[in-house]
Design a protein around this ligand. Structure first.
Ligand code: ATP
Ligand code: MG
Length: 729
């Protein structure tokens, strides 16, 4: 069989073959990133069918995403001795699709309500009905609710110690009731209900008999409910194979439990453990950096990976002055690579830590006409539900009669958008006003305090034009959100508030670049317009476009070239993971010591850094902006720990490298040249430091170039025979 595999171009190494051929009983396959875990799973499914006569329909293969499940089926279909019908019959599914199939089989007809957009729409509707539209972001409430339910708890049990909590809880309960009344279920309901069903022996036993072989990919990110389901299903045959990398547990905020993989062979005492330690994905120095980073975690199984690949270019490093310069620098650099024919756009991924962390790079990509696809984000930053009302207040300050900007300002007034707008439009027909919003103050449905608020809001809108845009944002933030942000915190809400705070800080930072409200607003409008024009690009699966995504989204994927942005203290590690009792100098961004800090949150951040680095096959570029939201930020401790010293790039005398020498392109200048909309925009951006001076000062190769290896990253050579054979090919 393995010869046949080789003829088909798949040369497995010895432990990989061992895992594929494993006989009866539980099997844990532990491996670092890129060591062929997913590859082995597919090969084993083929082997079981071709060599052990296991019927395809008895194999259950669980993957993390539906895209991965579809790819898995394709891979299996391409294996020797697998008939197309058999490949189709293998149950390659996500936990959710498996659970759903089970519910359907038991006659549950409830409609799935899985599209994120549909959930948003309903949550938005609930918030509006409760008059809470502008107090909460639907996506944050949905994700808090989801994490809560992943632990097997219901929304009734959510805390409500402060007023905002009980407001949010009311919205969540309304959302849950809305679904129930209409016989609908969302993804979390599917899992909860399926796991409840599996406690019934009449449901469980036939499934246990059917699935003789169960395999789970990305096992390190299963949550309690999912793990329990797998354990029940596998209890009869006990042919449970899990593959994963404890160093890649990055979803604990969604209920993932690293213990499941760390303790698998304690729970299953007879489990065979096979370690795969040859990485076929990344060049040796990239892998060396990744391994060095994650080696500082205590809560892990230690591994020593070697790279099958050659020693290519060392990871390159730069410390731009801040995210704007970082973005400009990266776009210039990647355009250079594409123009010189070294890479296609689609070979490139840009990875960032948080959702709002992509704002600068997103703007640069758009304004400089780089085709790109942002995974997982629906809207331009300025159009997101939290930010939109603030921008609309600014728009109204320039033009109070801009009708399409009025609805989003009604939420903070606790006025229904539809009814409020209807009233305003009707009154406008009678008598047009300079500030159509003022009609509301004569609306009989309003209470006195609301009438007062309408007048105050108009005073605010009038005053905004004369303010500096950043100050205007601060003002509105104080009026609309501060009360909520300063209220008490309990576990379930912390994450939500952090995201909110971060988005608002990002908005303020963005506004600081502009001298007038007008310049800021027209920049945001142009951005939305250009983003709309890129729509067709986003619809094509395989378009030649740069991929922009969070590190979380990049899990399991690989790219020839990766830019990891925001490798600075406060960004990665994220500020939420840094101890509040840290001395001020360290929090504020002075270089941290190389002493290793290992609490759970910090370890998860370190794993994220590891995942980011190990997505790269040949080229890895890392940038550590020296400031974030106007505060100084030191180079990420993860880099310092890995290299043992402050990377050379952060010292003024550092050598120049190709990364960091922008070709004279400045700021938002467009590739389309003068006269394009972008060149007009460039003049509106204020106080933007010229990238060339700053980057020359700060850029170098961290891992040391061939000529002058200043910082030594251990690189391990491969010794395994199969690996050598692979290299000879
Ligand atoms: P991750 O931890 O990121 O999910 P993984 O362990 O699942 O990674 P794979 O995606 O299966 O790794 O493999 C990484 C890369 O190495 C793929 O491009 C795969 O084709 C290649 N690969 C895996 N095993 C071998 C092998 N024995 N010989 C050559 N290439 C291999
Ligand atoms: Mg994988």
């Amino acid at each position: 069989y393995f010869r046949a595999l080789e003829n088909a171009g798949i040369h497995l190494n010895r432990p990989q073959i061992q895992a594929v051929r494993h006989g009866k009983g539980p099997l844990l396959t532990l491996a670092g990133a890129g060591c062929g875990k997913t590859t082995v799973l597919a090969a084993r499914a083929g082997y079981l069918m071709a060599m052990r006569d296991v019927p395809a329909s008895s194999i259950l293969l669980v993957t993390f995403t539906s895209k991965a499940a579809a790819e898995m089926k394709l891979r299996i279909a391409g294996l020797p001795g697998v008939r197309p019908a058999a490949a189709r019959a293998v149950q390659a599914r996500t936990f959710h699709s498996f659970a759903l199939a089970m519910l359907r089989h038991r006659g549950v007809q409830d409609e799935v309500f899985g599209e994120t957009q549909a959930q948003h729409t309903v949550m938005k509707m609930m918030l509006r009905q409760l008059g809470l539209s502008e107090a909460f972001q639907p996506e944050s409430l949905l994700s808090a609710l989801s994490a809560w339910k992943a632990e097997g708890r219901s929304a009734d049990e959510l805390p409500e110690t402060v007023r905002e909590e009980s407001d949010a809880k009311r919205a969540m309960l309304a959302y849950e009731a809305w679904k129930q009344e209409r016989n609908k279920m969302d993804f979390d309901d599917i899992l909860l209900r399926a796991s409840a069903l599996l406690r019934d022996p009449d449901v469980l036993q036939p499934l246990q008999r059917r699935f003789s072989h169960i395999m789970v990919d990305e096992f390190q990110d299963t949550n309690a409910l999912q793990y329990e389901m797998v354990q029940r299903l596998a209890a009869r045959h006990r042919n449970l194979m899990v593959v994963g990398d404890d160093d890649q547990t990055i979803y604990t905020f969604n209920g993932a439990r690293q213990e499941s993989i760390l303790e698998f062979d304690k729970v299953y005492k007879d489990a065979k453990v096979i370690t795969l330690d040859i990485n076929y994905r990344s060049d040796a120095r990239i892998l060396g950096l990744g391994s060095n980073i994650v080696a500082k975690n205590v809560h892990r199984r230690s591994k020593r990976l070697s790279a099958a690949g050659r020693e290519g270019l060392p990871p390159q490093f730069a410390t731009p002055s801040g995210p704007e310069e970082e973005a400009g620098h990266i776009v210039t650099h990647l355009l250079g690579q594409v123009e010189e024919g070294r890479l296609r756009y689609r070979d490139i991924a840009i990875l960032h830590r948080t959702a709002s962390g992509s704002r600068s790079i997103f703007e640069q990509l758009i304004m400089r006409d780089v085709p790109f696809i942002q995974y997982g984000a629906g809207a331009v930053f300025y159009d997101q539900s939290l930010i939109r009302p603030l921008m609309d207040h600014l728009r109204l300050s320039l033009n109070p009669r801009r009708m399409e900007s009025i609805p989003s300002t009604l939420g903070p007034l606790y006025v229904s958008r539809e009814a409020g707008m209807e009233w305003i439009m009707r009154e406008e027909k009678q008598q047009a006003k300079k500030y159509p919003l003022i009609h509301l103050s004569r609306w009989d449905r309003l209470r006195d305090f609301q009438r007062e608020q309408v007048k105050e809001r108009i005073r605010l809108i009038r005053s905004l034009t004369t303010m500096k845009p950043a100050y205007a944002i601060q003002e509105m933030r104080r009026i609309f959100y501060d009360k909520y942000l300063e209220s008490g915190d309990t576990g379930a809400w912390t994450h939500y508030k952090e995201t909110m705070q971060e988005s608002l800080e990002e908005l303020e930072t963005a506004a600081k670049r502009f001298d007038t409200v007008e310049a800021f607003v027209s920049f945001a409008d142009e951005l939305s317009e250009r983003h709309r024009q890129m729509e067709s690009l986003r619809r094509e699966e395989d378009s030649d476009a740069v991929r922009l995504m969070t590190i979380h989204r990049a899990k399991g994927l690989e790219f020839p070239c990766v830019y990891w942005i925001g490798a600075s203290e406060g960004i990665l590690p994220h500020s939420s993971a840094l101890h509040s009792e840290l001395p001020e100098d360290r929090r504020a961004g002075a270089a941290p010591t190389t002493a290793v800090d290992n609490d759970a949150a910090l370890e998860e951040e370190r794993r994220l850094a590891y995942v980011a680095v190990t997505r790269a096959k040949e080229l890895l570029y890392i940038t550590s902006p020296a400031s974030n939201h106007g505060k100084p930020a030191a180079v990420s401790r993860f880099l310092l720990e890995a290299y043992g010293v402050i990377p050379e790039a952060s010292k003024p005398e550092a050598r120049r490298s190709s990364f960091g020498q922008p070709k004279g392109a400045s700021g938002y200048s467009s590739r389309a040249g003068a006269g394009s909309p972008a060149s007009g925009t460039a003049t509106r951006v204020s106080s933007r430091p010229g990238p060339s001076s700053a980057t020359a000062r700060t850029t170098s190769s961290v891992a040391g170039s061939q000529a002058e290896p200043r910082i030594n990253v251990p690189v391990w050579k491969c010794t395994d025979d199969a690996c050598k054979a692979w290299m000879r090919r």
